[in-house]
Design a protein around this ligand. Structure first.
Ligand code: ATP
Ligand code: DNN
Ligand code: MG
Length: 213
């Protein structure tokens, strides 16, 4: 929930790929800021959706969960999932939900995921005036994927709020990315045995403090 004196945070959570922890970090940000949450494109509805997951993981009563612009059955790239249902994802469907609260928007997969022929996720996010939080999960190859993501954001003049490292601390990776790019670094996530509302509540204060709240 936003206090009257603070500027609302408008964050877009992207990642260096799919399954890197965007939903987990979006839930932490949503809880930390008592923000609203919006997942504009959901590809894959079973066993659950990211909106339902974040709703389950968030404890505060203020967050509002805005309906997806596109809910697609197939857990695949959005351009394929949409085509399977004879749906064409349209750029003008990406209008931010009307809210004065902090807002956390979660992408699908990585930054350059295709939505429709000639249309990438980055194309529809860029005009929305969001600041990006990039999630970098550790695996061999993640340095390259992280630098490519940051370079693509810079080339499109999309502002980067910061980077979250997800996984056991890996100094050789984290130090190189930090020094090479100079991007701000948010609190890190450790590998967790269980991801529950209690896990999210444990991380939220450090993120809240990082945002100066
Ligand atoms: N630090 C962690 N500890 C334990 N499990 C994690 C961690 N980070 C992510 N996971 C788990 O990995 C899986 C993939 O994470 P998540 O759903 O957040 O990915 P995503 O980037 O949001 O994917 P998508 O592109 O489908 O939105 C989930 O089961 C999540 O709970
Ligand atoms: C279904 C999956 N979990 C994500 N929602 C979508 C991932 C799209 C990846 C497309 C790609 O980069 O090849
Ligand atoms: Mg997700």
């Amino acid at each position: 929930m936003r206090t009257s004196s603070s500027r609302p945070e408008r964050l877009f959570v992207t990642g260096i790929g799919t399954d890197v922890g965007k939903t987990l970090i979006a839930a932490i940000l949503t809880e930390a800021l008592q923000a609203d949450y919006w997942k504009p494109v959901q590809a894959g509805l079973e066993p659950t959706t990211d909106t339902a997951t974040v709703r389950r993981l968030v404890s505060n009563p203020h967050s509002v969960f805005h309906p997806e612009a596109y809910r697609l059955q197939l857990p695949a790239s959005p351009h394929l999932a949409a085509a399977r249902e004879q749906v064409t994802i349209q750029a003008d469907a990406f209008q931010l939900p009307a809210t004065a609260n902090h807002l956390v928007v979660e992408g699908a997969g990585g930054l350059l995921v295709p939505l429709a022929p000639g249309l990438l996720l980055a194309d529809v996010i860029a005009p929305l005036g969001l600041e990006v939080v990039v999630v970098s999960r550790h695996y061999l190859g993640s340095i390259n994927h992280t630098l490519l993501t940051l370079e693509a954001l810079q080339r499109r003049n999309i502002p980067v709020r910061g980077l979250v490292f997800n996984g056991a601390p890996t100094p050789a990776t984290e130090d190189f990315i930090t020094q090479h790019t100079g991007v701000p670094i948010l609190p890190r996530l450790q590998p967790e045995t269980d991801v529950t509302a209690a896990t999210i509540s444990r991380y939220a204060p450090a993120f809240r403090q990082w945002f100066g709240l």
